[in-house]
Design a protein around this ligand. Sequence first.
Ligand code: ADP
Ligand code: MG
Length: 574
Amino acid sequence: ERSDRSEEQVSGAEVIAQALKNQDVAYMFGIVGIPVTEIAVAAQKLGIRYVGMRNEQAACYAASAIGYLTGRPAVCLVVSGPGLIHALGGMANANMNCWPLLVIGGSSERRQETMGAFQEFPQVEACRLYSKFSAQPSSIETIPSIIEKAVRSSIYGRPGPCYIDIPADFVNFQVNVNSVKYAECCMPPPVSMAETSAVYTAASVIRNAKQPLLIIGKGAAYAHAEDALRKLVEQCKLPFLPTPMGKGVIPDNHPNCVGAARSRALQFADVIVLFGARLNWILHFGLPPRYQPDVKFIQVDICAEELGNNVKPAVILLGDINAVTKQLLEQFDKTPWQYPPESSWWETLREKMKSNEAASKELASQKSLPMNYYTVFYHVQEQLPRDCFVVSEGANTMDIGRTVIQNYLPRHRLDAGTFGTMGVGLGFAIAAAMLAKDRNSGQRVICVEGDSAFGFSGMEVETICRYNLPIVLLVVNNNGIYQGFDADSWKEMLKFGDAIAVAPPICLLPNSHYEQVMMAFGGKGYFVQTPEELQKSLKQSLADTTKPSLINVMIEPQAMRKAQDFHWLTRSNM
Ligand code: ADP
Ligand code: MG
């Protein structure tokens, strides 16, 4: 329409790529197809890393992990209709986890809209439930400002996903290069601080605590609050408890970490400071019997709407965790104070930690075969490099693994998260391995998967091999979901009928050789039944920095957690 043929032309795809580049977007995960292939090609040309995945869900998980690990959203690029629908799982997961993400979906041509076009679907509306911002640009010229808004929205305030819908007819349409005005890169998220009087009150509540506890959540990891929090913990000699992904903000082996006495610490603390951790199911809603009925919560969060959920806090500190922790430190600098290390609270916590650790060690030392979870994780923990990324999912595999496998660095643990999502592991591992590769850090990624969890995104092993990412995949295999059958019991069962008639829903095929999936694409595979085989294969996998490997570890199909005072998901407190 507006073309001046003497002028240089640019396609919609190129405008999208340039606008993303201008917003410092460095990664794009996706699956190409009509109509988005040209967008991926244009992005790659500009030096944005394009990672082609095998399912949009895994692509979206990977992109969201980059957002969490770097503070800058990555793109998940998907085709129209089913492509976008597959990505919704990743968007929902990112939304629940408060992670920045930018999903770009191709959509049907505008002039065919409502006519039953190829893969037509109300995509902008569909994404609204899972995003902070969801829109379709009205023209190619408006794409840069929409991308700036989406990137900015994803990282300002509470982070989260945003969606941009690109009609098929925009992708190859050419416009005059001069008609496109690129928005400047948005400013970094503003840093907000808590009210001075609230900080003062919080410090005095902490000073008067008899049994204080700091809880460090993944919000603190995202906020890069590690240095300030460590100073607070050490200066005031306070016990701290990391949430699953808060692990590593301060190393798990820090003497003030009471992770091994988690239930006890929650149950008897009289003052709890929450640094970027919501009082949702992960923290048992902050309610009795898991907590004292009169426990005083001090809540630190960037999201005002979060403050007061489920429990009325004693003090609210609205602001950035790093900034607010520094504000608290100022109070304790002005009037120095330490929690007495000889208190009975420390004694209780230490005692419980000791007995819990002894109980796990006892289980780990059992020599019976097949191995139990504890034996497997103790051997893994022994060999893991301190600076590695740990990715984990599965039910028991993740829950038990978390108690044994240590994290020493912030933002180095990725798991099923707030939404309890299975299938995230391989996407997360790919994202972490890409970062390690690009940072030239030599860091390894170890991905500890249950056999069921592995199945959700198992074909991403091809992605791992295609890009030659030296990920170590460990499949902790109990032949089922929660539990399974050994091969003999399975055979016995089949005497009573076809599997379709008699197999319990929790069962998966016994002795599945998942390692052969890795071998099919040229990676290394190990089938492991004893501690010695586990040690040896893990050693070889970690020594080989050039190749991915999959270690399929057979464990006791009926293996369980050690006895718990409370089950995580009990509803007794509701
Ligand atoms: P966990 O799963 O570790 O308990 P949650 O995901 O429940 O953590 O909580 C993380 C919280 O951190 C969210 O409520 C989010 O609003 C908050 N948050 C994220 N970034 C920041 C930040 N920079 N400063 C303060 N709070 C933040
Ligand atoms: Mg299993």
